[in-house]
Ligand binder design. Structure first.
Ligand code: PEP
Ligand code: MN
Length: 339
């Protein structure tokens, strides 16, 4: 249920609600919406709702059923900002704070030289974060599966050299402890969007989570997956539209550009666009990236490589470092135009 307090209700009145939650052993989630304190409780217990209604300062107690709660604007009306604090004196990276945050790097971490070259060039071009998979979800079990721990160590080295925070995928609950030890942000891939055990465990690490939309998932399903993470008390979530499967064969997936304003309307969470996996073709990456920014996305995640044709994974959709520089210049123009 969603408990909305009256606009003039103070800390004491909210404290009464929290007291009832504690007595009933319900975890309260606190927020503000339209200037009112809001408390969400993951229960529809009628007696509890009645007891809350009798308290002073309550505006409404609304049942929310199984629909998304904590990710919605009914729970938090203001946009959430995900902050990646730095420990080396550089300013934190803030996603959802108005400017476009670009994460770029190879699909997979392949070797030291390639990764470091990507990291330096991404940074020089104005990119904000380094991406790269150490654990790769591959359709074929015979394809390159990623370097695992070695890949994480290389990412840490690239972060040290460039101060770019790193985002990398955790494929399973078993990988999480080691990935969380190295990553600044955990990526949950499209294939794992509804791996509920992984979502919970990722939330419990306390690390920011980049949650990619499943290729056959509705936006409501994406938000419900975000709820699994939010329910752990971890509020640092970024939603990612990366294209969905449709009947159209000319692109690997179909970028659902409407997802950006639809999610923006429904949710306070930051939204980024992945034009690489949506396109599946490098010639379409820049136009799709620009469309994402024009539609209001908070950022992008893009696959780049010094020699894309030789990339071990997702070669067809990977752009050169020069193309990335050009993309960044164009992104800045769209960003100015939408301001
Ligand atoms: C990736 O980012 O390389 C990846 C595997 O993405 P997705 O989960 O969106 O397919
Ligand atoms: Mn990829």
């Amino acid at each position: 249920m969603l408990i909305v307090m009256q606009p003039d209700a103070g800390v004491r009145q909210a404290g009464n609600v929290l007291g009832l939650c504690e007595a009933a052993n319900f975890r309260p989630y606190l927020s503000m919406a339209q200037g009112c304190r809001v408390i969400a409780v993951i229960s529809e217990d009628a007696e509890f709702a009645e007891a809350v209604r009798r308290l002073p300062g309550i505006a409404s107690v609304q049942p929310l059923g199984s629909a998304a709660k904590l990710s919605t604007r009914a729970f938090r009306s203001e946009n959430s900002v995900v902050r990646l604090a730095s420990n080396n004196g550089t300013p934190p990276v803030c996603i959802g704070a108005g400017s476009c945050i670009v994460m770029a790097g190879p699909c997979a971490v392949e070797d030291r030289e390639t990764l470091l070259e990507c990291a330096h060039r991404v940074r020089a071009a104005g990119g904000h974060m380094l991406r790269g998979g150490a654990f790769k979800p591959r359709t074929s079990p015979y394809a390159f599966q990623g370097l695992g721990l070695k890949g994480l160590e290389l990412l840490a080295e690239a972060r040290e050299a460039t101060h770019l925070p790193i985002v990398t995928e955790a494929l399973s609950v078993d990988d999480l402890p080691v990935v969380a030890r190295y990553a600044d942000m955990l990526q949950i891939g499209a294939r794992n969007m509804q791996n509920f055990a992984l979502l919970r465990a990722a939330g419990e690490t306390g690390k920011p989570v980049l949650l990619k939309r499943g290729m056959m998932a509705t936006l409501e399903e994406l938000l419900l997956s975000a709820e699994y993470i939010l329910a752990t008390g971890n509020e640092s979530i970024i939603l990612c539209e990366r294209g969905i499967r449709t009947f159209e064969p000319s692109t690997r997936n179909t970028l659902d550009i409407a997802a950006v304003p639809v999610l923006r309307h429904q949710s306070h969470l930051p939204i980024i666009v992945d034009p690489s996996h949506a396109a599946g073709r490098r010639d379409l990456v820049t136009p799709l990236a620009l469309a994402g920014i024009a539609a209001g996305a908070d950022g992008l995640i893009v696959e780049v490589h010094p020699n894309p044709k030789r990339a071990l994974t997702d070669a067809d959709q990977t752009i050169t470092l020069e193309a990335f520089e050009d993309l960044m210049n164009r992104v800045r123009k769209i960003e100015l135009a939408r301001a």
